[in-house]
Ligand binder design. Structure first.
Ligand code: NAD
Ligand code: SAH
Length: 399
């Protein structure tokens, strides 16, 4: 039912699936995928299977799997190795399982752990891989570093870098679902709170914008002068974390970086400060030093851990410092994943159609795919736009 609900809100993926159900362009192809096991991912992997592929799936975060979705997928013939609450060891066991059992032709990843595990532990299997895709900013950064070091063994399409992905998923998706996660975990009132957003990239912009919409007084921290300047002109207060730490009620990290909130900041925070992460793995908030600093720790409610500092102040960490939107809520809404996963679907098709022609590099999503996704989405939303007249085309091309 949940998956059906998602499918009804994912018209672009649904139309792509319906178009190729008959020809089955993925017949004979094995796909190993590491994605958050959500109802939206279910729609994608079922579409890939419907179009002929064998699909093996592992979770993209130890805490983000929706167990009911995993069970439903297993019933439908997807080989799923994921459950909510995996240990770090079990998380990597599942990734190794879909590599070994699948011996895949195509790999789909979200965060880079699948690509890195293949390159480090299964280099012999990498030779056979036609290509891969990558869903998120941090994964693309890791893959570009592999390309730069000359170790990348197969072509990868950076799905994250499609305009119809990051402008919508990272901004509006993270903007809404991060607040959803914080509210489901805490049910605190946002209005009137000082919310500190670390990082004013695509995710940070969305979170700051939506927090303001709910009445928060938003402070942005940045390291990039251009992004900081943009945040100032968007009307936000900008200051270093050292200063923000003293005044914030709720802190949200979305930088893709490590130890953005660390010991020196915890020591300055107000009693009752709430910390959440919407970015990279569980490294943006330095949880280890918070653990070391605290004299006691207890679970107050699901996804809310209270850390008592030596002077009696209490700090609340949500979702163990992992992606709050996927751990404490359901991740991005289906409508936005529709575009991200349409890019995944079309990128997989592109890799198969161009088998042997691509070098082991990180490729952008071809512009035609991006435009196709935008066109189909507008169409599904019933929105028509203008077309250039011949006179306008000539005008725009002339000097
Ligand atoms: P981005 O590159 O657009 O933005 C990151 C910003 O953080 C940059 O402006 C950078 O200057 C800033 N930054 C880096 N170090 C910083 C520091 N120490 N203090 C303050 N700012 C700092 O990236 P993005 O697309 O916004 O993605 C951010 C992270 O969120 C990535 O790890 C990405 O994988 C992840 N992500 C999560 C979700 C989700 O569902 N929660 C969705 C999309 C992306
Ligand atoms: N393994 C990394 C993954 C980063 S997650 C980690 O745990 O930190 C960020 C990605 O999650 C985004 O790029 C977004 O496309 C994806 N995501 C967000 N909501 C989702 C949903 N409902 N279903 C599947 N993926 C989702």
């Amino acid at each position: 039912m949940k998956i059906e609900w998602a499918l009804n809100h994912m018209p672009v993926v649904a139309s792509l699936m319906n178009n190729c159900k008959k020809e089955k362009p993925f017949e004979g192809i094995t796909i190993s995928a590491v994605l958050h096991v959500t109802k939206e991912t279910a729609v994608l992997v079922k579409a890939l299977k419907e179009c002929g592929a064998r699909v093996l799936l592992a979770g993209s975060n130890p805490l983000s799997t929706q167990d009911d979705v995993a069970a439903a997928l297993a019933k439908d013939g997807i080989e799923v190795y994921a459950w909510k609450g995996e240990t770090e060891e079990e998380y990597f066991w599942a990734i190794r399982k879909i590599i070994e059992d699948g011996n895949p032709d195509i790999v789909i990843d979200d965060g880079g752990d699948l690509h890195v595990t293949i390159h480090k532990e299964y280099p012999q299997l990498a030779e056979k891989i036609i290509g891969g895709t990558e869903e998120t900013t941090t994964g693309v950064i890791r893959l570009k570093a592999m390309e730069k070091d000359g170790v990348l063994k197969y072509p990868v399409i950076a799905v994250n870098d499609a305009l119809t992905k990051f402008m919508f998923d990272n901004r509006y998706g993270t903007g809404q679902s991060t607040i959803d996660g914080i509210l489901r975990a805490t049910n605190v009132l946002i209005a009137g709170k000082k919310v500190v957003v670390a990082g004013y990239g695509w995710c940070g912009r969305g979170i700051a914008m939506r927090m303001r919409g709910m009445g928060a007084r938003v402070i942005v921290t940045e390291v990039d002068p251009l992004r900081a300047l943009e945040a100032v002109h968007d009307g936000f207060d900008v200051m270093p974390m050292d200063d923000a730490a003293k005044v914030g009620d709720i802190f949200v990290t979305a930088t893709g970086n490590i130890n953005v909130i660390r010991k020196e900041h915890f020591l300055k925070m107000k009693n009752g400060a709430i910390l959440a992460n919407a970015g990279h793995f569980n490294v943006e908030i330095d949880v280890k030093s918070l653990e070391a600093l605290a004299v006691s720790k207890r679970r107050i409610r699901p996804y809310v851990d209270e850390y008592k500092l030596p002077d009696g102040r209490k700090i609340y960490l949500l979702a163990e410092g992992r992606l709050v939107n996927l751990v404490a809520a359901e991740g991005h809404p289906s409508e936005v994943m529709d575009m991200s996963f349409a890019n995944q679907f079309l990128s997989v098709k592109y890799l198969i159609e161009n088998k042997g022609k691509l070098e082991p590099k990180v490729y952008k999503v071809p512009h035609e795919i991006d435009s196709e996704v935008a066109r189909r989405k507008l169409n599904a939303m019933g929105i028509k736009i203008d077309t250039l007249t011949e006179e306008q085309k000539r005008y725009l091309e002339s000097w």
